[in-house]
Design a protein around this ligand. Structure first.
Ligand code: OTU
Length: 657
């Protein structure tokens, strides 16, 4: 948009910009800056317009964008241009992701490079390497307490190792996802150290207060994220005689985004990693970016404006890079991280689908799909150029973040139902086969979340312990079923390392003092590569899970209707154990896919005739795209075996793909 005030400001900035930038030929940079400047200026003025140094800050921001553009390699710029042309590139069904710790998965970054073959074998082509920037020794919240944002921790390797890995991935057409922890730093970060020494400039990077007045006001409405290990949201720093806001662990100090210097530093850091080869950047804990007394300081409007500004800036310098919003909040709030009132994502192109994740776990425990269907029915429609990251497990706990109204509509009472789920997954309910452990138990509110590996949560651990073949089979089926859902739902499926070979809970964290109080470590394994070899042993648990997922991933990649163009239609059926939806093909109706999943221990029936009568199904004879089978029973009355699912398509059309 052309707007005179911002345009004349842009001219003024270009006059004031450092001579070394002015002299360069930055044609592409200037066209993008011109296109985005109105938005950048409006957002920047909204957030920081009342400051006397507004103009200097604006110049500084543009300089950072330009410097990082100059630094961007030709190869990455070529990718930018390619992705600008094919701007829906990340919505394709070909992408399948996995998240892992460099250390737990492969020792270090060199190790990760050596394991690319393993990932390709499974079909993974998008890697999310958990944070590996410099952290203090001891507790660092699994890498989320960073002491130097521009360096790799020597435990995992070096910037050169990352460079080699990124180059290797590009050759393999694999994507690299890196974390940028935007909300906080370690209390050992240089900024924090200088704040401790009393430097005002750096105290302004955080929320520092000489007494309890303001902290107490905040505490009235701030919830606690880690109530057991880090109660309260402020920590006393003896050296500077200040209370410092630390919403997460005591050693994670919240950055103050009402200070434009913090914003400019952080966009510089984001672009730094973009230039080191990140295709996707995961922005951690984005819901927390703006703090306001009298609120929970989550999902504030300004947090969204900051993300929009980050996106607009990134588009100027590195338009090929997409963002993932990590906002594990209620369904109606999550959707806003794509950016509101637009067609294309204005904030983050990708967001964690915590809603689907929690709903799937509900179906595992209840063996019915009442809440799952209800929750998905109310999942708000997202923008067109935006997609979900669909996952079953990740490195964090499972929060039961359902909408209470959906719980009620499914016939349960919210508090009792949540208590049931917690008891079920922690093995405290009747003869529950799940082997999870509680996380974040809050004695004041009674809330708790769940830790545990996928395999242990679905009963594989207890089944193996007693050597019960039927239970083992059921657990494997459940693991496959859950993956079948995230691979077909619409969005990028995100697998979690170790799940592909049925990795069980790992108690060894209890021996490490810096981890023992955080149960999430029970599901952050070190891969046993000898066990992983068992994937080649026919009939082993590892083999059965690995080959099943390998097959599903390969099939997903061939199904055009699985690309994400908001082309999912939920089908409500009169069987409470089935979860049914249709994935439409944007152009060819005959290539649509009917997904039917049975979460129950008994076979379940689906009346296809009724679907046809209601006009929800157009084909007569179906074929399962995974097995290729098309038995006679696929005609009118579909029988779905226990813990199983089908990806069904028209028999005649599907023969071609
Ligand atoms: C994120 O987590 C990370 O994924 C966690 O591993 C970190 O501990 C945390 O940030 C701090 O860096 O902020 O928006 O319930 O789900 O803390 C959600 C725990 C987050 C996590 C929550 C989450």
């Amino acid at each position: 948009m052309y707007e005179q005030v911002s345009h004349s400001l842009l001219n003024q900035i270009l006059d004031e910009i450092k001579p070394e930038i002015r002299k360069r030929n930055l044609l592409r940079f200037y066209t993008r800056l011109g296109a985005n400047f109105y938005a950048i200026h409006s957002l920047f003025i909204h957030l920081y317009g009342d400051r006397e140094d507004f103009l200097q800050q604006m110049v500084k921001l543009v300089e950072v964008l330009a410097m990082r553009y100059i630094e961007r390699s030709e190869e990455l710029e070529a990718l930018d241009i390619e992705r600008e042309l094919n701007h829906n590139w990340f919505l394709d069904q070909k992408w399948v992701a996995m998240a892992f710790y460099a250390e737990g998965f492969a020792g270090d970054l060199k190790g990760v490079r050596n394991k690319c073959g393993y990932l390709s074998e499974l079909g993974i082509n998008m890697l999310h390497i958990m944070p590996m920037m410099k952290c203090p020794p001891g507790a660092s919240d699994g890498g989320y307490a960073i002491s130097d944002f521009r360096d790799i921790d020597e435990r995992y390797g070096s910037i050169d190792d990352l460079h080699d890995l990124a180059e290797n991935l590009r050759k393999r057409d694999m994507l690299l996802t890196l974390d940028v922890v935007v909300n906080h730093t370690s209390d050992q970060h240089d900024w924090a150290m200088r704040a401790k020494q009393g430097e005002k400039k750096f105290q302004d990077f955080y929320y520092c207060f000489p007494d309890r007045d303001v902290p107490d006001m905040f505490e009235e409405t701030l919830p606690e994220v880690f109530p057991e290990t880090s109660p309260g949201n402020f920590v006393w720093n003896e050296e500077s005689q200040r209370w410092v806001m630390s919403v997460f662990n005591d050693y994670q100090w919240d950055l103050n985004y009402s200070n434009p210097t913090v914003f400019i530093e952080m966009i510089d850091i984001i672009l730094f990693w973009a230039n080191r080869g990140a295709d996707v950047i995961r922005l951690d804990a984005v819901a927390f970016l703006w703090k306001k007394i009298g609120t929970t300081s989550q999902n504030e409007r300004e947090a969204h404006l900051i993300l929009q500004l980050m996106k607009d800036c990134c588009q100027v310098t590195a338009p090929g890079v997409v963002f993932i919003a990590e906002a594990i909040v209620t369904p109606t709030e999550i959707i806003k991280y794509f950016g509101e009132d637009a067609v294309i994502a204005k904030e983050c192109e990708i967001a964690y689908n915590a809603t689907l994740m929690a709903l799937l776990w509900d179906s595992v425990a209840t063996k019915n799909t009442k809440l799952l269907t209800q929750g998905i029915k109310n999942l708000p429609t997202k923008l067109n150029r935006a997609t979900w990251l669909n996952y079953i497990r990740c490195h964090d706990d499972i929060g039961l973040g359902f909408d209470d109204r959906d719980i009620v509509a499914s016939g349960y009472q919210p508090a009792t139902h949540r208590k049931f789920l917690l008891d079920y997954f922690t093995g405290n309910y009747d003869n529950s086969i799940a082997r999870g452990v509680p996380f974040g138990h809050n004695l004041k509110t009674g809330d708790a979340r769940i830790s545990g590996s996928l395999a242990s949560l679905v009963g594989l651990e207890s089944a193996l312990k007693i050597g019960d073949q039927k239970m083992i089979n059921d657990a494997i089926k459940m693991i496959t079923l859950l993956h079948g859902m995230i691979l077909s739902f619409g969005g990028i499926p995100l697998l979690y390392y170790g799940d592909e070979i049925g990795t069980l809970n790992d108690d060894s964290y209890l021996l490490d003092e810096s981890k023992a109080s955080d149960t999430r470590w029970i599901h952050r394994p070190r891969i046993d590569w000898e066990r992983a070899e068992l994937r080649y042993h026919n009939g082993s648990v590892e083999n059965r899970i690995f080959t099943a997922l390998q097959k599903l991933i390969a099939v997903r990649k061939t199904i055009h209707a699985f690309a994400d163009f908001n082309n999912r239609e939920l089908v409500e059926v009169d069987n409470d154990h089935l979860f049914v939806f249709i994935r439409n093909h944007p152009e060819h109706q005959r290539e649509e896919v009917l997904v039917v999943a049975n979460f129950d221990a008994n076979p379940q029936h689906l009346n296809l005739l009724a679907l046809r009568k209601r006009g929800q199904l157009s084909f007569m004879q179906l074929r399962d795209l995974v097995t290729g089978d098309s038995p006679a029973i696929f005609k009118d009355d579909l029988v779905v075996p226990p813990y199983s699912f089908y990806w069904l398509s028209d028999l005649h059309t599907s023969a071609a793909f």
